[in-house]
Design a protein around this ligand. Structure first.
Ligand SMILES: Nc1nc2c(c(=O)[nH]1)N[C@H]1C(S)=C(S)[C@@H](COP(=O)(O)OP(=O)(O)OC[C@H]3O[C@@H](n4cnc5c(=O)[nH]c(N)nc54)[C@H](O)[C@@H]3O)O[C@H]1N2
Ligand SMILES: Nc1nc2c(c(=O)[nH]1)N[C@H]1C(S)=C(S)[C@@H](COP(=O)(O)OP(=O)(O)OC[C@H]3O[C@@H](n4cnc5c(=O)[nH]c(N)nc54)[C@H](O)[C@@H]3O)O[C@H]1N2
Ligand code: SF4
Ligand SMILES: [Mo]
Length: 704
């Protein structure tokens, strides 16, 4: 028996672990109490890594689909050969665009996976590169490009006086944007910060575990974040609570923004967002008082209508309150393994990442965002005939059949592909439709670095880990798949540090080294110095330097279209209760998305210790709503949106706002994505569909 140190990759938080190894198997995991950032924290999912690795249904070899739809094992070499031949044929006949990759959640739990997949696409010349970001929180990743960014960085959590969490619940999800609550030991961290005086504002239709700890909880009506945030901005600007000095020197569009929100009075916002006007005013003042802090959102508001506008208003709140590090301050989130960008007290001017000059999607007038195409259009790109039609899909660590909007269309699209390849630990709902399924190594079986979690470390923390155990010979690291295919196609794999070698297979360390090219501390040194666990690299502390004298860039609060969109929201028709009237939707409730503690999207549903915490995807509702509908707790119901209906069981919960149904996604059969219409109500910039605040009716389900 042996103990070794590594880090968890069940989710993105990358908690520091000590693992017990026996006979080339990880038998138990513990939090690494010595770790300077994580201090011994783990969650129930991470503690199941040994059972996940040893799961009887885990794929241990590649599978090839038989004509009757069943699958049989195939050797990796034979699978790579066949896949490459089919891809070559499709590329020669239809062009490289016909080949798409979709990077799901688990492409983001392996630092070498996503960059190599991206480098494969660059080498191939195919723009059909998709990730789950564009069905998750794309406006956070791309929204800054029309506003600009502050090169000194935002305020960090540990020095914040106030944090506003808008539709995210890090206590369950271990997820929050930088500057908000870091995902390690989140509950303890939040309680400790409150004890030192931190004020917390939560905006959520549900009394989530974070909202229960908040000083002010605004239990907003789903989808009304734009209204509520515009109302807060108006209070702050009307009362001149903003950072006037910062705005004078570094901001433009302030008066235009202020003019566009004039009609968002506390009275109007209170009626429409269904929050008490006094709480709204108190929250706006508390946030503006700071003086340090951050407002940030999660999935809820981004999946509700107008996600990009919502993110813009959140950015605007941070900007007008000047929530940025100034010259001489230590900049939080130094990022040891990412490109060492300068930290300066100046604005990086806007630089568009979509629209004119970017590849066009063939539907819904959308374009590429940065280097990725919008995933919500992928099903249509497969089904729409003509030039550019996608015919082959390489799916890494994702499960489109449960995760993509419009499940019925997604299934039709996946079945229409000439070639579907999945890399998945099990025969997921999607993998069952695939022509080939490759068996990946799980985290404890591969080398990795903390590249994907470093946007949360306020100090220059980093680490490298070797594989803890020897993987079975047919299990691959995701990057190897792309390397094997590229070699057979004769195309390069482009990375930050140049092309991957094609004449010999690089090691995972070499791949990671190329990917992290130009970072603050070279990977070899990080590897050398973190053999005994994670470390803070003092040489990578960054202080904000003075802005360049000639720098006159400004953060733009009113880029083209924003003021008009704010006015368009104000002009939307409301019913007598202040609810937005959705064309064609005769609904009684709004269904909102949430995470469950025990599962990670569609991962973990097969692990007994996690299943013990519940396997039913309940539709949580307020008990008074149930009574009004004549429904008892736990009774079967049909939930109907304008698009389709699903069956579930209701569960009474006082945490849920009246008029709201709260339900998770990723539970195959009762997938809330059946209810999602991808063709109406999508974000005009990111294509993000309305995956939260979905209009529904709830009725008792009666068997015929
Ligand atoms: N209605 C609705 N839809 C949503 C959401 C919502 O809240 N509501 N959330 C959206 C969000 S935020 C996201 S990120 C997407 C998620 O979208 P996806 O990533 O497409 O879906 P997941 O269910 O996370 O799929 C993960 C897959 O990875 C496999 N897997 C597990 N471990 C490993 C591993 O180590 N290696 C590999 N290669 N595979 C592994 C699992 O078996 C599973 O099949 O869904 C989006 N869709
Ligand atoms: N245990 C666990 N952890 C996970 C996941 C998981 O499935 N399980 N999924 C992972 C993934 S892929 C992601 S992207 C992150 C997401 O991380 P988070 O965004 O923190 O996810 P949630 O915990 O669902 O929190 C979203 C909150 O938004 C609220 N909400 C819904 N609609 C609205 C709305 O219209 N307005 C407002 N203001 N709030 C709204 C919901 O009630 C919910 O409390 O979590 C990750 N972590
Ligand atoms: S929070 Fe995420 S990284 Fe940490 S132990 Fe749990 S699953 Fe693993
Ligand atoms: Mo996500």
């Amino acid at each position: 028996m042996e103990m070794k140190k590594t880090f968890c990759r069940f989710c993105h938080a990358n908690c520091a672990l000590e693992v017990q190894i026996q006979d080339n198997r990880v038998t138990q995991v513990f939090g690494d109490a010595q770790d300077p950032v994580f201090g011994g924290y783990t969650c129930l999912k991470g503690r199941e890594l040994p059972r996940q690795a040893a799961h009887p249904q885990r794929l241990r070899a590649a599978q090839r689909r038989n004509p009757d739809g069943s699958h049989s094992p195939i050797g990796n070499e034979a699978a790579f050969d066949e896949i490459a031949v089919q891809l070559r044929h499709l590329i020669d006949r239809y062009g490289a665009r016909a080949v798409a990759t979709y990077n799901g959640t688990y492409a983001f739990q392996n630092s070498s996976a996503l960059p190599v997949a991206a480098g494969f696409h660059k080498g191939l010349g195919s723009p059909s590169f998709y990730t789950s970001v564009t069905i998750d929180q794309p406006a956070k990743v791309y929204g800054w490009s029309r506003v600009g960014a502050w090169l000194g960085g935002s305020h960090g959590f540990s020095s914040a006086d106030v944090v506003m969490m808008i539709g995210n619940n890090p206590l369950t999800s271990h997820y929050a944007p930088p500057g908000s609550l870091p995902p390690f030991s989140p509950s303890r961290r939040l309680r400790d910060a409150k004890a030192r005086g931190l004020k917390v504002i939560c905006i959520d239709p549900r009394a989530s575990s974070a909202a229960k700890l908040a000083d002010i909880h605004l239990q907003v009506r789903p989808g009304e974040d734009p209204t509520l945030l515009a109302g807060m901005l108006k209070i702050i600007l009307d009362e001149q609570l903003h950072d006037r000095e910062f705005c004078k020197h570094h901001v433009r569009g302030l008066s235009e923004l202020h003019a566009s929100i004039q009609d968002y009075t506390p009275h109007y916002v209170s009626a429409r967002a269904a929050v008490p006007a006094a709480d709204l005013v108190a929250a706006a003042r508390l946030f503006a008082r700071g003086p340090r802090g951050i407002a940030a959102s999660g999935t809820g508001p981004e999946m509700s209508p107008r996600g990009t506008l919502t993110e813009h208003l959140i950015q605007a709140l941070n900007i007008v309150c000047g929530r940025f590090c100034r010259e001489g301050e230590i900049s939080p989130v130094p990022r040891v393994l990412s490109p060492a960008a300068p930290r300066m007290a100046q604005v990086l001017p806007p630089a568009p990442l979509w629209g004119e000059g970017f590849h066009k999607a063939r539907v819904r007038n959308l374009t590429m965002l940065g280097e990725e195409m919008p995933a919500a259009t992928l099903a249509d790109e497969i089904l729409t005939p003509g030039e550019g039609k996608i015919r082959a899909l390489l799916c890494i660590g994702g499960n489109p059949l449960t995760a993509w909007p419009n499940q019925e269309k997604t299934e039709r699209a996946l079945r229409a592909l000439d070639l579907l390849v999945c890399i998945d630990i099990k025969m997921s709902d999607t993998a069952r439709l695939a022509h080939f399924v490759m068996a990946p190594q799980v985290s404890v079986e591969r080398a990795d670095a903390t590249l994907l979690s470093e946007w949360w470390y306020e100090e220059p923390y980093a680490r490298y880990t070797e594989a803890m155990v020897e993987p079975a010979p047919e299990m691959i690291n995701e990057w190897e798949f792309f390397w094997e295919i590229a070699r057979r196609l004769g195309t390069p794999i482009r990375t930050a540090g140049g092309d991957l070698p094609a004449d010999r297979k690089p090691s995972t360390f070499e791949v990671l080294d190329k990917i992290t090219h130009g970072c603050r501390v070279p990977l070899a040194r990080v590897r050398e110095q973190t053999r005994d666990g994670g470390k803070i690299f003092d040489e990578a502390v960054v202080r904000v330097q003075a802005g360049a004298p000639a720098a006159d860039g400004r953060l733009d609060l009113a880029p083209a279209g924003v003021a008009d969109e704010i006015r368009a929201v104000r002009a939307e028709p409301l019913d007598a209760q202040g609810r937005r009237i959705d064309a064609g939707a005769n609904y009684t409730h709004l269904l909102v998305s949430r995470r469950t503690r025990q599962f990670f999207n569609s991962t973990g549903h097969d692990l007994p210790a996690l299943r013990e915490l519940g396997t039913v995807n309940y539709a949580y509702m307020h008990p008074h709503d149930l009574a009004e509908l004549g429904l008892e707790d736990e009774c079967p119901v049909e939930i109907r949106s304008p698009k389709a209906s699903i069956r579930s069981c209701v569960k009474a919960s006082l945490d849920i706002k009246r008029g709201v149904v709260s339900m998770a996604h990723g539970f195959g059969a009762a997938s809330t994505n059946r209810l999602v219409d991808d063709e109406i109500n999508f974000d005009p910039i990111t294509g993000q569909c309305r995956q939260s605040a979905i209009p529904v009716t709830v009725t008792r389900f009666v068997t015929a």
